[in-house]
Each structure stands twice: as C-alpha cells, then as structure tokens.
Design a protein around this ligand. Structure first.
Ligand SMILES: Cc1cc2nc3c(=O)[nH]c(=O)nc-3n(C[C@H](O)[C@H](O)[C@H](O)COP(=O)(O)OP(=O)(O)OC[C@H]3O[C@@H](n4cnc5c(N)ncnc54)[C@H](O)[C@@H]3O)c2cc1C
Length: 294
C-alpha cells in the first residue's frame, strides 16, 4: 500500500548551530555523527524534517564558513566549487555556461530561479536522490568530491560516491567541502536532456551526454550519465569503451542503446511508469547519439 506523508506546519524541535570555521564544523560532526544534519540551502533537509522523514537533534548551518564559499577555476584543476556555492551563483557564471554547458543546462532546468538562489550543488549531491539533476552532468565531466573529517581529507570520484537511494560512501563524521570538476576535453560539446511532467518538476528521466574527438575512434569520447533510471544516478562506462571501437557509427549507436537498456532499472512511481521511462531512455539516447555522432 502506498505510504502517505503527513506534512507538519511546524518543524520538530532541534538545536541550531552555525559554526564559523571548517574545524568547528568537523568537531561538531566528530562529536555528534548522524545526530547532526548539515543545512546548506535546506531545500531538501527542511522538506524531509517537515514530513517527518528526518528528525536530526542538531541542525548545523554551513553557510557561515568562508572556506566553503570558494568558487575558482584553474587550467590544471578545473572548476572548484565550495560546498556553500548555490546553484543560482553557478547558473549566472559565464565560465560555467561556456566551458561546462552540460552542467549549465542541468542547473537551468533544476526547480526555479528563487529555489536555485538557496539550493547548493553540494546539497544536490549529498542528498543522493536518483533524480538529482546536477549529478549526470558531473558524472560525464568526471567530477570528484573532497570529503573532510577530523581524521583528514580524501577525494572520491563522484562515479564511486553513490551506493543506493539516499546512500553514499560518506562516513558519519565526514562532510563535502568541495566539488572538483576537471577541464572538459578539448572541443567537447553536449547537453542535458530532462523529461518532466510539468516545469519545475523532478526528472522523469535525465540524460547528460558529452562528446569530443568524434572522428578518430581511439580518441573518441562519448560519455552518458542518467538520472531517475536506477536506485543511484548512473554513469555508462560500457558506452564510453564501446565507442573507442573502429566500427561504423550506426552499428555502434545500435549496440550502445542495447548496453544502456541492459544497465538501467527504472521504477514506476508518481511521475511515470517503468515502461514509459524505458521508452524515453531508448529513444532519447538514440536521438542524442545520432544528433552528435550521426
Ligand atoms: C520545490 C522544489 C523543487 C525541486 N526541484 C528539483 C529539481 O528540479 N531537480 C533536483 O535535482 N532537485 C530538486 N529539488 C531538490 C533540492 O532543491 C536540491 O536537491 C538542492 O540542490 C539541495 O540543495 P540544498 O543546499 O538546499 O541542500 P540541503 O537541503 O541543505 O541539504 C541536502 C542534504 O545534503 C546534506 N548536506 C548539505 N550540505 C552538505 C555538505 N557540505 N556535506 C555533506 N552533506 C551535506 C544535508 O544534511 C541534507 O541531507 C527541489 C526541491 C524543492 C523543495
């Protein structure tokens, strides 16, 4: 039987903390672990708290920490996005628009402009929803996350971050400090396709596609990332490998669609049936591959 969420008009009781340094934040996480939830824009967390899905004892607001507001680009590291940078800031950034058009397209299709002024890229990732729009583009750009705790810092490729619906490899005392998005391949192009029921809806299916060096098979780059087709966002390693083969492009496209349909495992929910999602995956993937390679 379908479960019903009861939204409250007020939030449950919690203690609010607003550390002013990263070290203070990491100390709080080391002491409280899972009892403390981080608050960035709050557009996922507060909804979950009002519906009773989450009841953290302590809410730790990260917006007062200067280090997390970093947004910088260098040729050797690429784009480095601090955990408090909002989607609104990224959507107005000319470098994001012209260098990372797949990510830019996804941000502009995520919710509405006022929500994007609060919501962060880190929050979209940490929430670990299979429908997160920013994730498929970050997968095709090969993004990494920096995770920090009092024990130290480590970098995790985003392709290894998600383990299930709302589940990640992040430990209870860790936080995301930054998202590192490498320089895109020279001359790359692509887009983010989002199928929705109405504007400002979560994705029925989201597909990020990135292409470069299309004529030389061994150098060819074809990267596909998907939202809302499996318990986690999906990156198609198998497709990237396939397109390095020296074979007629139409044969490779047919083979790629078979590979994609084998890897996706969508569900039926309020937004769409499993069958409709499979139909979209098949036809939109074919459309994107033919548009850029055909
Ligand atoms: C009306 C509405 C429309 C929406 N539409 C879309 C949509 O079209 N597409 C889409 O993808 N999403 C959508 N969302 C979901 C949401 O807005 C995004 O996921 C957003 O990016 C979350 O960012 P936030 O900063 O608000 O996260 P928060 O709510 O502050 O945090 C989200 C989760 O991440 C954790 N967290 C935050 N920062 C960190 C950190 N630095 N380290 C570790 N954990 C952290 C929090 O504890 C929480 O568990 C929508 C939400 C609403 C309410």
């Amino acid at each position: 039987m379908a479960s019903v969420l009861h939204f409250r008009t007020t939030l449950p009781n919690f203690t609010y903390r607003r550390p002013s340094s990263l070290n203070e934040l990491l100390q709080l996480k080391a002491e409280l672990g899972g009892e403390a939830s981080l608050l960035a824009g709050g557009t996922d967390l507060l909804v979950d708290m009002r519906s009773g899905i989450r009841r953290p004892k302590v809410v730790v607001d990260v917006k007062g920490i200067n280090e997390l507001h970093l947004l910088e680009h260098t040729r050797d590291r690429g784009l480095v996005v601090g955990a408090s940078v909002t989607l609104g800031e990224l959507g107005r950034n000319e470098l994001v628009r012209f260098k990372y058009p797949v990510l830019y397209g996804a941000i502009r299709k995520l919710a509405d402009p006022s929500l994007r002024e609060r919501a962060t890229l880190a929050g979209n990732i940490a929430n670990a929803s299979p429908a997160a729009d920013s994730v498929p583009p970050l997968l095709v750009y090969g993004a990494k996350l920096e995770l920090a705790s009092l024990r130290g810092r480590r970098q995790v490729p985003l392709r290894e971050f998600f383990t299930g619906v709302k589940k990640t490899v992040m430990r209870e005392d860790e936080v995301i400090t930054k998202i590192i998005i490498p320089e895109p391949p020279e001359g790359s192009e692509g887009e983010y396709f989002k199928a929705v029921r109405t504007s400002e809806d979560l994705a029925v299916v989201g597909i990020a596609a990135l292409f470069a060096n299309k004529t030389e098979p061994r150098e060819r780059i074809v990267r596909l990332g998907f939202a809302s087709v499996a318990p986690t966002p999906l990156y198609m390693d198998s497709v990237e490998e396939l397109f390095r083969r020296d074979a007629p492009i139409n044969e490779l496209i047919k083979e790629a669609i078979k590979l994609v349909l084998k890897e996706v495992n969508p569900i039926t929910d309020v937004r769409a049936t499993k069958e409709y999602r499979l139909h979209l995956v098949k036809y939109v993937t074919a459309y994107l591959l033919r548009k850029y390679l055909g």
